[in-house]
Design a protein around this ligand. Structure first.
Ligand SMILES: *Cc1c(COP(=O)(O)O)cnc(C)c1O
Length: 394
C-alpha cells in the first residue's frame, strides 16, 4: 500500500505512539491535581509547551493547547473579532482558498455584522502584496492568510504579509497547519501575531493542536469552564496527546532539512511524470509549494473515479474536497485559482512524505497514466473533446 494522503492526516510516528501509550499508562494524573501523579502530568505538559514554543521561537506563555487546527483557527479569529469590535473595527481580510475552519468562521462573523474581503489568489495560488495593501482599510482588525494551502500546497509570502500588517498595526493570523513541521517557521522573523497548528499533520496524534498568540493579545474563550491554559481554554488537558504532538514536532523539525531535499526530488519527479499525460495541468505554482504536495487536473475524467481505481491499485490519494463532504461541488480552492467546474472535477492530490520511496513514485506515475487512459476510454466528456464538439481547456 502507498499512502499518499499526508495532507489529510499522517500516520503517527513510532516514537509518538510510544510516548503517548507510555504516558497513558503511567502518567494519567490530572495536571491540576496536587498529588505526585498529577504534578508529573503537569511537568510533562509544561515540557511540551516549552518544546512547541522553542520550535517556532515563541515564549511558552504564548502557547495555548487546543483540540486541533480547526479549534485554533476559530479561537484566533473569534478573539481578533472581539478585539476589533471593541475598537469599532469590523473588517477582516482573508483569501478565497482558506481552509473551511477559517472561511466558515468568517461567514459566521459576517452574520454578526463583520465585513470580509477575500483576496484573489490568482492562477498560481499566491496572494499579491499590493492587493493586500489596497484591501486594508481604517476599520480592518484582522488579516488571516494561510501559510501553505492544504490542497495545492502553495506557500504565501508570510514574512512580507506580516511586515505589512505590523506597519498598519493590524493583527495577523496564519493557519500554519500544513506548514509547521514541513517548513521553517519563526514567529518573530515572520511577523506573526497568531498561528494555528495541528498535531496530526506532522505525525502526531489527532485531536491535539495549539494556538500561538503573541503576548498582549487578549484571547476570548471558546470553551468556558476550568482555569486550564491560563484560563483561556477549559477542559482537562490531554497530556499524552499533547506530549506526543510536541515530540513529533521536534522530530519533524530536526529531520526537516534532510527530508525536504529527498521529498522535493520525488515531488518534482511526480510532477514531471504526471504532466506528460496529455491535457493535464499542475495546480498552483511549481516551486513555491510544500515539499510533499502534487496536485494536477486531468481533463475529461472525474476525480472520484480516479481515486477509487487508484485505491484498487493500492494507492491512497485525494481529490479536492468534494468526496470528503459527499457533495458534488468542486473544490473551492481549485475554483479560486480559476479552474472551471469541469476541469476542477478531474483533480488529483498526492501528498507524499519521507516514507514515499522512489519505487513508489514510479508506480504512482504508471498507475495514474493507466487509470486516466482507462477512464477517458468511456468518458462522454472526453469523446466530445476528442471529436471537437467541445474545446479542450488544458
Ligand atoms: C487539517 C487542516 C485544518 C484542520 O485541522 P484539524 O486538526 O483537523 O482540526 C485546518 N487548516 C488546514 C490548512 C488544514 O490542513
Amino acid at each position: 500500500m502507498i499512502y499518499a494522503d499526508n495532507a489529510a492526516t499522517t500516520r503517527m510516528s513510532d516514537a509518538a505512539i510510544k510516548r503517548m501509550t507510555e504516558l497513558m499508562t503511567d502518567t494519567y494524573g490530572n495536571p491540576s491535581s496536587l498529588y505526585s501523579v498529577g504534578q508529573k502530568a503537569k511537568e510533562v505538559l509544561e515540557e511540551a509547551r516549552d518544546d512547541v514554543a522553542d520550535v517556532i521561537n515563541a515564549n511558552p506563555r504564548e502557547i495555548y493547547f487546543t483540540s486541533g487546527g480547526s479549534e485554533a483557527d476559530n479561537f484566533a479569529i473569534r478573539s481578533a473579532a472581539v478585539i476589533g469590535a471593541k475598537n469599532n473595527k469590523k473588517h477582516i481580510i482573508s483569501t478565497a482558498f482558506e481552509h473551511h475552519a477559517v472561511l466558515h468562521t468568517l461567514r459566521a462573523l459576517e452574520k454578526e455584522g463583520f465585513e470580509v474581503t477575500l483576496l484573489d489568489v490568482h492562477e498560481d495560488g499566491l496572494v499579491r502584496l499590493n492587493e493586500l495593501e489596497d484591501a486594508i482599510r481604517e476599520d480592518t482588525c484582522l488579516v488571516t492568510i494561510m501559510y501553505a494551502n492544504n490542497e495545492i500546497g502553495t506557500i504565501q509570502p508570510i514574512r512580507e504579509i506580516g511586515k505589512l500588517c505590523r506597519e498598519k498595526n493590524i493583527l495577523f493570523h496564519t493557519d500554519a497547519v500544513q506548514a509547521i513541521g514541513h517548513l521553517p517557521i519563526d514567529v518573530e522573523k515572520d511577523n506573526i501575531d497568531m498561528l494555528s497548528a495541528s498535531g496530526h499533520k506532522f505525525k502526531g496524534p489527532k485531536g491535539a493542536g495549539f494556538l500561538y498568540a503573541k503576548k498582549g493579545i487578549r484571547l476570548t474563550n471558546l470553551i468556558e469552564g476550568g482555569a486550564q491554559e491560563r484560563g483561556k481554554r477549559a477542559g482537562t488537558e490531554n497530556v499524552p496527546a499533547i506530549s506526543a504532538m510536541a515530540l513529533a514536532l521536534k522530530d519533524a523539525v530536526s529531520n526537516m532539512e534532510d527530508n525536504t531535499k529527498v521529498i522535493i526530488k520525488r515531488r518534482d519527479r511526480l510532477i514531471e511524470g504526471l504532466s506528460k499525460i496529455e491535457h493535464s495541468a499542475l495546480n498552483g505554482d511549481a516551486t513555491k509549494r510544500l515539499p510533499g504536495n502534487v496536485n494536477l487536473c486531468f481533463e475529461g475524467i472525474e476525480g472520484e473515479s480516479l481515486l477509487l481505481l487508484l485505491d484498487d491499485k493500492g494507492i491512497m490519494a485525494s481529490s479536492g474536497s468534494a468526496c470528503t463532504s459527499g457533495s458534488l461541488d468542486p473544490s473551492h480552492v481549485l475554483l479560486a485559482i480559476g479552474r472551471v467546474h469541469d476541469v476542477a472535477h478531474g483533480s488529483l492530490r498526492l501528498s507524499i512524505n519521507e516514507d514515499t520511496s522512489d519505487e513508489d513514485v514510479e508506480y504512482i506515475i504508471k498507475s495514474v497514466e493507466e487509470v486516466v487512459t482507462y477512464l477517458r476510454g468511456f468518458s462522454p466528456i472526453w469523446r466530445d473533446l476528442v471529436s471537437g464538439k467541445k474545446e479542450f481547456i488544458l
